[in-house]
Design a protein around this ligand. Sequence first.
Ligand SMILES: Cc1cc2nc3c(=O)[nH]c(=O)nc-3n(C[C@H](O)[C@H](O)[C@H](O)COP(=O)(O)OP(=O)(O)OC[C@H]3O[C@@H](n4cnc5c(N)ncnc54)[C@H](O)[C@@H]3O)c2cc1C
Length: 506
Amino acid sequence: MKHTVDVAIVGGGLAGLTLALQLSRRRNDLHVMVIDRGRRPAPERTSTVGESFAELGSHYLRDVVGLADHLDSRQLPKFGLRFFVGDQEDLADRFELGVLGTDLCTVENGRLAGLPLRTHQVDRGRLENELAVRCVASGVELRSGTSVERTELGPDRHVLRLSGDEGGVVEARWVVFATGVDGPGDRPAWRSLNHRATAVWLRVEGDLDVGSWSDRPEFLARTPPSFRRLSTNHLLGRGYWMWVIPLPTGVTSVGVVADPDVVDLSPRSYPDLLEWIEPRDARLAAELAATRPADERLHTASLEAGVAPKCFSGDRWAVVGQSAAFVDVLYSPGADLIALGNTLVSDLVERDLDDGRIAGRCAIADRVFQGLAEGFAEIYRGHYANFGTREVVGTKVLWDSALYFGFNTMLFRHGLSGDPAFLSRIQPELLTVRSLQARIQGRLRRGDIVPMVPGGDATVEWGSVEWMMDAYRGAEAQPDEEHVLRQLRAVLSTLERVGRRIEGNA
Ligand SMILES: Cc1cc2nc3c(=O)[nH]c(=O)nc-3n(C[C@H](O)[C@H](O)[C@H](O)COP(=O)(O)OP(=O)(O)OC[C@H]3O[C@@H](n4cnc5c(N)ncnc54)[C@H](O)[C@@H]3O)c2cc1C
């Protein structure tokens, strides 16, 4: 039987489900269908990766998709990013950069409620199950256990041929591909962003609490017990970094990401992985050996940074999520790319319903999205070789963060990331920041910098770095566009000043 909908979303992972909710929150007269070959509920504890959300993506989930209550009550607050560089067994002997004290935090009953820009660590199975329930409650038609076998794009309607639990034929005005890594077979090849990495990951039982990996009084006194555990913890060395992320379901996510041009990372089993980690980080290896895997197997992936050549078409189709772009995993940009792509599509669908004139808008949306993916790729390409150098890592993290808060996060939080009028107003600032960024990333890549952090086993309190915090605080609600513009210019002038210091010209 033929079925007609306004928007058919192929793929009901994070991108597809959030887009469906976003659309239905904007226009409750829209008939949205999500088709996914998987079945709900998904298992908790051993679901997809994408467990740590950064400031842009968290804002999207909390405020645009409306999940703040779920994230606050059923997932974990994130204590920011934390970086340890060095291989000493006692963590107090390593360089540490992250939030240390509680000045920035909201603490409720001795527990972390969050930092000013709330971020989260999530169990993906739990999150997607909740999204699916909310989709159905808002009238989204969810077809699970069902595959889209073929899509025929037409001038007025697109035709989707489905097989599985709820097979049949669906006609849709819009079709959005949110198919993740394994998109539909006829997807055009990605444009390479010239960066690749190898990743290996799994979850282990219980909490790996990096905050307990030292007995030194000064280490323990600096940060309340159990707070460090709530960060996205990064343990870095030359050519690689490892993540330790707590999940709300009694397991810890652990992963390694390496640049194959610098370090070989090809373990075939969990014991292989422990053997790889041992000489690089004996402390992590010992902690892992004392627990047991929660996943049935080790997950591995060869990651290629790339972006779909066209994500938004005037013929009313779009590509979002991991089928639209992938850059790297450091800093957790996956949900950010989902947030931007989904918001651009939602704008286009609304505009199409209003006046049908979307061709020009699609071209702008493509430029904006490609620009973000390219900008993100720049911060990973060729940088892994320096991940064992504390001063470079510290300087890079602060620089990358200031730019991320001051530009990407602030524009998105104020609904301006895809606004053609505002973007054309800030063209001069965007051009300046792009060339400044290329210069500083080049320096960081070569390790040719004046560091913005002390070396050795120093600790750097995130909140004490005023120039970065100005960008962080400025990303919070600004009353209007004029204030956003003023803040953007202030961040740019700070970055130019800091950039000169990094280059040794100040
Ligand atoms: C190692 C690693 C670590 C990561 N860590 C983070 C992180 O910390 N934070 C972060 O934000 N991001 C992270 N990411 C990225 C994150 O995983 C992705 O951004 C996110 O999962 C993409 O969601 P998606 O909905 O696009 O794709 P998916 O979650 O893969 O969903 C795609 C869905 O489409 C369905 N599907 C596919 N084809 C069809 C079809 N023909 N018919 C019906 N259904 C179909 C699939 O069943 C699936 O459910 C990480 C990625 C990797 C590889």
